[in-house]
Write a protein that binds this ligand. Structure first.
Ligand code: CP
Ligand code: NVA
Length: 307
């Protein structure tokens, strides 16, 4: 049996694969908005396993599979046997005999790796505590749509050194741009993939104004990610001064874009004037989850399609 291709972290694919995926995302997006039917996945099924809440990830995968002619099935841990202790290895064996592709959102990255190791079909990471590769795929596609290639550009991250931030860092190395991060002390990004990130790729500090200086894109996320709810009050205090507001955006390049993976909390990590303002592309970013994931599913199941 040939090993399936998985997408567990951003660094699983190289620059050429991303070049293809961004091109394909644009083609599939154009087709969808023109109302053209493109159904290469008739009869194919995706199992979607959710151990955490979701709006965008669930809807984008489910809508995307339907548009490609296939079907997506929602499973959560409360109502499936995963919540009653069935090992993830057994879940992988069973799901991959009845579906063609699996998407999972869960806590530890190691669980996704165990699922993939025992699956006969491709597995996609729909967010873990460590990474959120589909989000950054959408974010970079959105950047390209608005500003062209991201190579050589500067992305500023203000806030928590979390899963989304860590995925940006992998993307910076794979695609060749610079990531500048400002987190409160104690919430810095920890690098988990063993790579050395030089200053041309990664600059970390605790000063939001220094991070956004020269940035072509300013991005942030919630102060408290899923799974860390018990730290909410302490984080609210620790993240004082880390809000992306108009004064901070004014320190970035005048044409800087603003992104947020959503859901957002206006008045906490971002001011309404920014997320609802002219530099914000958050709704394109959310919609693009669907287009890029369609391209990703096509790539994992059918290879580099070019028609
Ligand atoms: N950005 C994102 O992954 O959103 P959901 O949590 O709603 O899926
Ligand atoms: N960092 C956030 C992203 C939500 C899409 C979380 O993990 O909860």
């Amino acid at each position: 049996m040939t090993q399936p291709r998985h997408y567990l972290q951003f660094s699983d694919l190289d620059k050429n694969a991303y070049r293809h995926l961004f091109q394909r995302s644009a083609v599939l997006k154009r087709r969808q908005s023109a109302g053209e039917l493109y159904r290469p996945l008739v009869g194919k099924v995706m199992s979607m396993v959710f151990e955490k809440n979701s709006t965008r990830t669930r809807v984008s995968f489910e809508a995307g599979m339907a548009q490609l002619g296939g079907h997506a099935m929602f499973l959560d841990t409360k109502t499936s046997q995963m919540g009653r202790g069935e090992p993830v290895e057994d879940t992988a064996r069973v799901l991959s005999r009845m579906s063609d592709i699996i998407m999972i959102r869960t806590f530890e990255q190691t669980l996704v790796e165990r699922l993939a190791a025992h699956s006969r079909v491709p597995v996609i990471n729909g967010l873990t505590n460590e990474y959120h590769p589909c989000q950054i795929l959408a974010d970079i596609f959105t950047f390209i749509e608005h500003r062209g290639p991201i190579e050589g550009k500067t992305v500023a991250w203000v806030g928590d050194g979390n899963n989304v931030c860590r995925t940006w860092l992998q993307a910076a190395r794979v695609l060749g741009f610079r990531l500048k991060v400002a987190t409160p002390v104690g919430y810095a990004l920890t690098v988990l993939d063993g790579h050395e990130y030089g200053p041309d790729v990664f600059e970390a500090g605790h000063d939001p104004e220094a991070a956004v200086a020269d940035a072509d894109l300013v991005t942030t996320d919630v102060f408290t990610s899923m799974g860390f709810e018990g730290e909410f009050a302490a984080r609210l205090k620790a993240f004082e001064g880390f809000q992306v507001n108009a004064a901070l955006m004014a320190k970035a390049r005048p044409d800087a874009l603003f992104m947020h993976c959503l859901p957002a909390h206006r008045g906490e990590e971002v001011a309404a004037e920014v997320i609802d303002g002219p530099q914000s592309v958050v709704w394109d970013e959310a919609e693009n989850r669907m287009h890029v994931q369609k391209a990703l599913i096509e790539y994992l199941l059918l290879g580099s399609v070019n028609h």
